[in-house]
Design a protein around this ligand. Structure first.
Ligand code: GLY
Length: 411
């Protein structure tokens, strides 16, 4: 049984009598206003569905720990995220990355918002010999999967990014691994959704209610008692989705994986610290620097499995800064803009959960783990298909939400 109640000061429904029941023509309720929920809502509305989105935080709220989309670095890097045993996930990432040009053009046109899509590639570098051995294996995997990447010597790396430390051992250039600004993306999706007819409710979804014998419909009950009837519901609330009660245990554990990072900027008038995303392995620890056009640099991120803990720690930030500075000593000169913490939603197998569950009308768009921003275009496509036809496109069947139920997992 999923945990009852909602996190961090939300009003509990049993303290507040039901207020109102809304019976417009809405037929889809999307729970969650992160990138995954909003892309689902926008694409579903474009297909003619009447969509309501439920989200407690304003889209412009920077860095609430609930909203991992506002904390994300925005790397679109399937090649440099590749991992042994995750080949199918990487193929989905490559598919989504290749949709990005068209997706951004359409979204910017629909919203009028520049989403900061930078097509400058990614350089992955190794700090010591062991890190280089890992990179060599990774490059072999990338080649086997036909992803365009190129091995570079230390000197070649430094020619591309002169601020790299001289000791860097070598690297891999992934010319098609780009980046986007997730906060701008979120705003663009909200505006595009609104213009496509998505209605928004500010509130905490507490329960997905099942159709009753008296003909009542599937629906969503909010913490203030508001009832939103729906033909279909999409649970897209990241790792907080586990706390929404559902009629049957079809939501597997959504493991929070904490990431701490910094937003920093080069002092005004100074040249950019790096000109493309630089990822590194430093004594086995991954670290990244993601530059934005306005001089901001995202320096991240820890990966910690501590449940719903959202504390920012000296140790976490120190680890990230220590490793980033080993790779790019000029990190020391950056001005700190903001420190952030977010919770990545990990599914039991670290792959997304998409589409119908065995509760009729209830879908998941969840478990995107490290890849929510990268997988946004493909998630929109898959979920719109699921909501309009009831089925997933063939390439997405492996990621069917119905592959897990609560009982089949380790709990
Ligand atoms: N996708 C980058 C991260 O999860 O830190």
């Amino acid at each position: 049984m999923p945990a009852k109640g909602v996190e961090h000061g939300a009003v509990r429904t049993n303290d507040v009598p039901p207020q109102k029941t809304i019976h417009p023509t809405n037929t889809v309720v999307v729970i969650g206003g992160g990138v995954v929920g909003r892309v689902t809502a926008w694409r579903a509305a474009q297909r003619g569905l009447a969509v309501t989105l439920v989200e407690p935080d304003p889209v412009t709220e920077p860095s609430t720990a609930r909203a991992s989309s506002t904390v994300a670095a925005g790397m679109l890097t399937p090649a440099t995220e590749a991992a042994f045993g995750e080949e199918e996930l990487m193929e989905l990432g490559v598919r989504s990355a290749r949709l990005y040009d068209g997706f951004v053009a359409e979204l910017e046109e629909a919203s009028g918002v520049d989403v900061g899509h930078r097509r400058t590639g990614t350089l992955l570098v190794a700090f010591d010999r062991d890190d280089l051995a890992v990179l060599t294996d990774l490059h072999a995997l990338q080649e086997r999967l036909g992803i365009p990447t190129r091995r570079l010597t230390s000197r070649e790396c430094r020619r591309l990014e002169p601020t790299l430390a001289p000791g860097v051992r070598g690297g891999v250039l992934a010319p098609e691994d780009h980046s986007v600004n997730p906060r701008a993306l979120l705003l663009a999706l909200a505006l595009a959704g609104e213009r496509a007819g998505v209605r928004e409710f500010s509130g905490y979804a507490e329960e997905v209610t099942s159709p009753g014998p008296g003909g009542s419909r599937l629906g969503v009950r909010l913490a203030d008692g508001t009832a939103l009837p729906a033909d279909q519901v999409v649970l897209a609330a990241g790792c907080w989705g586990e706390r929404v009660r559902v009629p049957e245990p079809v939501v597997p554990p959504l493991r929070p994986v904490k990431g701490q990072l910094l937003r920093a900027r080069v002092p005004s008038g100074e040249p950019p610290l790096v000109t493309r995303t630089v990822r590194g392995l430093v004594r086995g620890f991954p670290v990244y620097l993601v530059p934005r056009a306005d001089g901001e640099v995202i320096v991240g991120a820890t990966q910690e499995e501590l449940g719903h803990d959202t504390s920012l720690t000296v140790g976490g930030l120190w680890q990230v800064l220590r490793d980033a500075r080993e790779l790019v000593p000029g990190v020391s000169e950056l001005e700190v803009v903001e420190t952030c913490v977010g919770l990545r939603p990990g599914s039991p197998d670290n792959e997304p959960l998409l589409g119908p569950t065995r509760v009729p009308g209830l879908h998941l768009a969840a478990g995107h783990f490290r890849h929510g921003v990268l997988l946004a275009p493909v998630t929109g496509e898959v979920m719109a298909e699921a909501l309009t036809t009831g089925a997933l496109p063939p390439y997405a069947r492996r990621f069917a939400a119905s592959r897990w139920t609560r009982e089949q997992t380790w709990e």
